[in-house]
Write a protein that binds this ligand. Structure first.
Ligand code: MN
Length: 733
């Protein structure tokens, strides 16, 4: 029986609950009418009753958790039913109340929301990761029916993160990791900035307690210095806005700990390099005032041209709107400005959460929901493609959750948003799956470009297609969007096995003929030995693998026709002792190369982290080029000899040679300084050659060794800091 508003019995037993219910009431009375408030209280009492006697790990009464979740929801101005679902969110999972009972007491809408948030009962045969993935998928399906499910779930997670200290170390780490990898990005996707920032900071604190403490202290120490710089600047800015007559509020802005940490990691910058970027936020009343304010700021300080972003005219994928600009402020320091209306600001804080509380003819609010729905539709489409594999779904979801995006144009002027690093293939699939499936190349700003080309903001992309084109498995190496990945995989999966087998047979026979043999001539014993070595059960499986592009016909033919004398070819670990180690062999650098000699192309000198593509040269093994290498793209035109290659994750600090071209001022000791800096960055110089000298500037080519791209970036940054260096770039054929 549902509890009533007057329920002294229950409340007397739980004094903490009584206090929280009062707090909840004081918030919801600000925006709900008395009937709605009554309904919420009724749900609260129902939850108190249902959870009565249960404790949380922290020792407090369990009911405090759903009440705290409801308060978080109310602070975001969630509607009545959403708050009720928050109050009841653990009733199904934790109290044994059946769903039918909940439907009877509160109606289907609320019961469905609660069900969407509840975990599936864990099946013992499944791993934790798999169970987690299945729950996530279930939640997304429920979200597809009602977006409030995710708002409730995020509030639930936020309160769990606030009280995570009560959990074991291991559980803390697991929950924090999931929060950072999935829930915070989802909040970001839905424009719920406030929740996102808190989730991130709490997740960071639980996952890396030491780093969190160190950074927090550093932030505290830096604050005083920061004030000294910001305060006088703020006075000047306020003054200028006053005379311009624009009504607005101006505030200094500080980066959050986790954002600082992320930047330090991804850009390899020090704390001061990041923290010393000063930032202001200007909030205006009207939209027009945003652009006028921008004028004021640019009139006061010189803007850095490429840093200006108009997210008001072109919104971010999560609906975020604001003008961003960077100017050179006092003392020559870069200063960031974010300029937006109060309303845009509120929306950027709560995102879709506030939607339901307002009447639905509010246009801006509609936009928000459309964005969320559009995103969700994409996710659910992926869910269809993944054919019910929850782990694959999670992979796709993660890829989708980091929206560092670029904007591109179709030839008709349509705007396509893609994540940074997206290629022509991603673009084609974003427009339409059929376009992706039949693409062969593209015109980028009317210039012909290959499919793997990474796109840049603002480009116009026209995808060129042919009837006979089909997705190539090598595309999976460089696509970055979940949609393209799912599209390619779906195509390859559907590619009929028969077709693959017959194609594989053709390709293999052709190679064998070239090597003076044929499938019929291979002795049964050699064949089964090879199949065993490759971990395959049958010839059909092998042919299928060749037909699908997972194995190279050249390699297989070589193995089959000369199983004992593999010049330059080393088999996998089990059998390598049977063969002599070839002298020219280098350790396996590349996944899928399975014992073939691997050479780094001299024209473009790839290093770990580069996008790479491999080519077969009979007698030379695989030569690895960078994707953007010209030699590579001309070889690629001759079909059939490319190979799907990828760097191995564990390279044991192996060193790779790269080529840098630079211009030096012809000063005494310039080369010595250069050599010193390179050595101190942990790199070895293999050769320096001076190409031309004009008395003032010399143009030099340096061959040096690095471990990977990150190391290279460090070396290049150090070189750039030398005043004698006027130009520096990596040579790429
Ligand atoms: Mn909960």
């Amino acid at each position: 029986m549902p509890a009533t508003v007057e329920n002294p019995d229950v409340l007397q037993r739980e004094p903490a609950a009584q206090r929280l219910i009062r707090e909840l009431c004081s918030i919801i009375t600000q925006y709900l009418d008395s009937k709605q408030v009554y309904e919420v209280i009724q749900a609260a009492h129902y939850a108190v009753e249902a959870h009565s006697g249960q404790m949380r790990k922290s020792g407090e009464a369990y009911i405090c958790h759903p009440l705290a979740v409801a308060i978080i929801l109310a602070e975001m101005r969630m509607d009545t039913k959403g708050i009720m679902a928050g109050l009841l969110h653990d009733v199904l999972e934790d109290t044994g109340t059946p769903k039918l009972r909940l439907i009877d007491d509160f109606g289907g809408e609320i019961a469905e929301m609660v069900d969407g948030v509840s975990k599936l009962s864990r099946l013992d045969s499944k791993s934790r990761a798999q169970a987690q993935a299945e729950n996530m998928r279930k939640m997304f399906l429920a979200m597809g029916r009602d977006l409030r499910v995710i708002v409730v779930k995020l509030s639930d997670r936020l309160h769990n993160m606030r009280t995570i200290k009560a959990m074991s170390q291991e559980a803390q780490r697991r929950i924090a990791k999931e929060t950072l990898e999935i829930y915070a990005p989802i909040a970001n996707r839905l424009g719920m900035n406030q929740i996102r920032l808190e989730l991130e900071d709490l997740g960071f604190k639980a996952l890396y307690p030491m780093r969190y403490r160190v950074l927090k202290q550093a932030l505290k120490d830096a604050r005083g210095r920061r004030k000294e710089v910001m305060a006088p600047m703020e006075i000047v800015i306020r003054d200028r806005f006053q005379t311009s007559g624009i009504e607005c509020t101006i505030a200094g802005r500080e980066k959050h700990l986790y954002s600082i940490y992320k930047k330090m990691r991804s850009k390899k910058l020090s704390f001061t390099e990041i923290y010393d970027v000063y930032a202001f936020r200007v909030l205006t009343r009207e939209l027009d005032d945003c652009y006028r304010s921008l004028g004021v700021v640019h009139g006061l300080y010189k803007p850095v041209p490429e840093k200006f972003k108009d997210y008001i005219a072109v919104q971010k994928a999560n609906g975020y709107q604001s003008l961003h600009t960077v100017v050179i402020g006092s003392y020559g320091l870069p200063v960031e400005f974010q300029i937006r209306t109060n309303e845009m600001h509120t929306r950027s804080e709560t995102g879709i959460a506030a939607h339901w509380a307002y009447k639905s003819d509010d246009q801006d609010n509609q936009d928000e929901k459309t964005f969320a729905h559009e995103w969700l539709r994409g996710i659910l489409e992926i869910q269809d493609h993944t054919g019910g594999d929850p782990m694959e779904f999670i992979d796709h979801l993660k890829v989708d959750l980091f929206p560092d995006e670029i904007y591109l144009f179709t030839p008709q002027g349509g705007i396509i948003k893609l994540p940074r690093g997206a290629t022509v293939v991603d673009f084609a699939y974003a427009v339409h799956t059929d376009l992706g499936n039949s693409s062969v190349s593209a015109r980028i700003n009317r210039h012909l470009a290959p499919l793997h080309t990474q796109l840049e903001n603002g480009q116009t992309v026209e995808v060129i297609t042919t009837d006979w084109a089909k997705p190539n498995p090598v595309w999976l190496n460089y696509v970055v969007t979940a949609k393209a990945r799912a599209g390619i995989r779906a195509y390859l999966r559907n590619f009929k096995q028969k077709e693959a087998v017959s194609l594989g047979r053709n390709l293999l026979e052709r190679e064998l003929t070239e090597q003076g043999s044929s499938l019929a001539e291979i002795p049964e014993s050699d064949l089964s030995k090879c199949l065993h070595a490759m971990g395959l059960d049958s010839l059909t499986e092998l042919l299928e693998a060749i037909g699908l592009g997972n194995r190279m016909p050249f390699l297989v033919a070589k193995r089959l026709s000369q199983p004992e004398s593999q010049a330059g070819i080393k088999l996998d670990n089990h059998s390598s002792s049977e063969f002599e180690q070839p002298v020219t062999s280098v350790p396996l650098l590349i996944k899928g190369s399975e014992g073939v000699v691997v050479n780094m192309a001299k024209c473009c000198r790839p290093i770990p982290g580069d996008c790479i593509v491999g080519f077969f040269h009979p007698g030379r093994g695989i030569v690895v080029h960078r994707c953007e290498c010209h030699t590579a793209s001309s070889v690629q035109k001759k079909q059939g000899n490319w190979l799907d290659v990828e760097w191995q994750s564990n390279l044991n600090d192996q060193e790779f040679t790269i080529e840098l071209q630079l211009e030096l001022l012809n000063q005494r000791g310039a080369l010595a300084k250069l050599a010193f800096v390179i050595a101190s960055a942990g790199s070895n110089i293999e050769n320096i050659s001076v190409r031309n000298e004009d008395g003032v500037i010399s143009s030099d080519v340096v061959l040096l060794t690095v471990k990977d791209r990150i190391h290279l970036a460090q070396v290049m940054r150090k070189i750039k800091q030398l005043p004698v260096v006027t130009k520096l770039f990596r040579v790429s054929a």
